[in-house]
Design a binder for this molecule. Structure first.
Ligand SMILES: O=C(O)CCC(=O)C(=O)O
Ligand SMILES: [Fe+2]
Length: 319
């Protein structure tokens, strides 16, 4: 009887010991699981923190300065920017008050009529029908007559001289260009407080046709970030007249000013004029077109009389 009680006691002690050990194991497991869950949560939190702040500080804020859907009601929408410190200084002595002191971007839907813009589009189309790039960008320079042709350029005015079948431009075509150019010229002169007589049309002045095709040459790569004053040495004031509309005629292809903390986009719209001072305060690029065809006309101005071009010579330059 006594030995039986002893054995029960012994077994009872053993099972108590097992139960304690099991409980301790369970507690250890639970603790380990909690620690692991906490570690995972911590890592996830750090990852989210990094993603949030890197987005906040590295990605540019995007401001739509002029949407393609709206017709701008005010005569001119204007954004002032601080002029580049280095781009203009050496020129002030030479060209005086024509060199910008206040720099800005202007957008207007009111100075060029839709009718004139549509007429200019027909000029671009019939000129480009004579040639055209095999890649993503075709240009037709109204001053020099240069026209993209497959992977290089031809002179459309030379062709016109040789063969009258190529004489596709009428006097009216050049008159419409002249009228539109004069309107942009006087708008830029008054907006930047310039004596209009010190501001001249300069080269190149060209139609562009941009598509989603793959590029074949560097001339096709229209989407690079650039400063017009560095690309086209004579430019002081750039203007672009749009001949087609974003999200109607094409997708992608917005004009983007890249500022320190933000990008400012202009969505093209038929008859919309974008004008800006050509220095590095207005560094920009054009987004790649992803669908459709985008047409525009670049009309730019210089303070340098030696870089002036005469519209009366358009159609005659056969060099
Ligand atoms: O077509 C545009 O919107 C701008 C083109 C441009 O930046 C350029 O030709 O320098
Ligand atoms: Fe440009």
């Amino acid at each position: 009887m006594r030995s039986k009680a002893k054995s029960i006691d012994k077994n009872g002690n053993k099972s108590l010991f097992d139960a304690k050990r099991r409980k301790k194991n369970e507690d250890d497991c639970r603790n380990e699981w909690q620690i692991n869950a906490f570690k995972r949560l911590f890592v996830l939190f750090i990852a989210l923190f990094i993603v949030y702040f890197s987005n906040k500080y590295t990605s540019q804020r995007l401001i739509v300065f002029a949407s393609g859907k709206e017709s701008i009601r005010e005569l001119i929408r204007r954004q002032r920017v601080e002029c580049s410190k280095i781009d203009y200084d050496s020129e002030r002595e030479k060209f005086g008050d024509c060199i910008p002191r206040t720099c800005a971007r202007l957008v207007t839907d009111s100075i060029v009529s839709e009718e004139d813009a549509k007429h200019l589009l027909t000029i671009a189309k019939k000129g480009m029908a004579i040639g055209g790039s095999s890649g993503s960008a075709t240009i037709l320079d109204l001053h020099s007559g240069a026209l993209s042709y497959e992977q290089s350029f031809i002179n459309i005015y030379k062709l016109m001289q040789i063969n009258s079948n190529y004489s596709v431009f009428s006097d009216l075509d050049f008159q419409v260009y002249e009228r539109v150019k004069n309107k942009i010229h006087s708008t830029i002169a008054s907006q930047f407080n310039l004596n209009p007589e010190t501001l001249f049309l300069t080269h190149p002045t060209f139609f562009s046709r941009l598509t989603a095709h793959e590029p074949n040459t560097v001339h096709d790569e229209y989407w690079h970030l650039h400063v017009d004053k560095h690309t086209y040495r004579s430019f002081h004031y750039t203007s672009i007249l749009y001949l087609s509309t974003y999200n109607e005629d094409f997708e992608g292809g917005r004009f983007v000013f890249v500022d320190q903390n933000q990008n400012v986009t202009i969505e093209p719209r038929t008859a919309r004029v974008l004008a800006f001072t050509s220095g590095s305060e207005n560094t920009h690029y054009v987004e790649r077109v992803t669908k459709g065809t985008r047409y525009a006309l670049t009309v730019s101005f210089t303070c340098d009389a030696q870089q002036a071009i005469q519209t009366s010579l358009f159609g005659k330059n056969t060099e």
